[in-house]
Ligand binder design. Structure first.
Ligand SMILES: Nc1nc2c(ncn2[C@@H]2O[C@H](COP(=O)(O)OP(=O)(O)OP(=O)(O)O)[C@@H](O)[C@H]2O)c(=O)[nH]1
Ligand SMILES: [Mg+2]
Length: 140
């Protein structure tokens, strides 16, 4: 079982993904600190929103096998700076969330993640369950 760390802005769907992938017992919560749950590590959106917390993300990433940058497909903006992913010496993937939403723009989200230095991207939805199988395979 590989450990995955989720980095994404507040409300991007990190907790919902963990709940889906871990078999529902996990209660989605507003992450206030780094949160460890089995093979999942989730980080507060604030760590991405304030650059002075980047060092905390880098230090925490030492505990994971895969680092996932989470981009909400409904958001018209992204907090990931160019080549953000290159700061981390870990396998890097991008996860696009909320693909089911009427407001989702997958192409836009892909561009945000590509700019952040991500090549492998999985499009997901906790509603239609799209992409969850691929994520499970990656983590097993
Ligand atoms: N339509 C849709 N909504 C989703 C999906 N995933 C999450 N949401 C909604 O998005 C909101 C935020 O989801 P969370 O999983 O709590 O997000 P988070 O990234 O953990 O948020 P913080 O812990 O506050 O940083 C909730 O209202 C979810 O119901 C999805 O796949 N589709
Ligand atoms: Mg959360």
């Amino acid at each position: 079982m590989k450990k995955i760390m989720l980095v994404g802005e507040t409300f991007s769907g990190k907790s919902s993904l963990i709940q889906q992938l871990s078999g529902q017992r996990y209660r989605p919560n507003r992450a206030m600190a780094v949160d460890y749950y089995g093979q999942f590590i989730t980080t507060p959106g604030e760590f991405l929103e304030n650059r002075r917390f980047y060092h905390a993300l880098i230090t925490t990433s030492a505990d994971c096998d895969i680092l996932a940058l989470i981009q909400d497909a409904t958001r018209a903006s992204s907090l990931f700076p160019p080549l953000f992913g290159s700061m981390f010496n870990r396998q890097l993937i991008g996860i696009i969330t909320k693909s089911d939403s009427d407001d989702a723009n997958i192409r836009r989200a892909q561009i945000f993640l590509n700019n952040a230095g991500v090549k492998d991207i999985i499009v997901t939805s906790c509603v239609t369950k799209e992409g969850l199988g691929s994520l499970r395979r990656l983590l097993s």
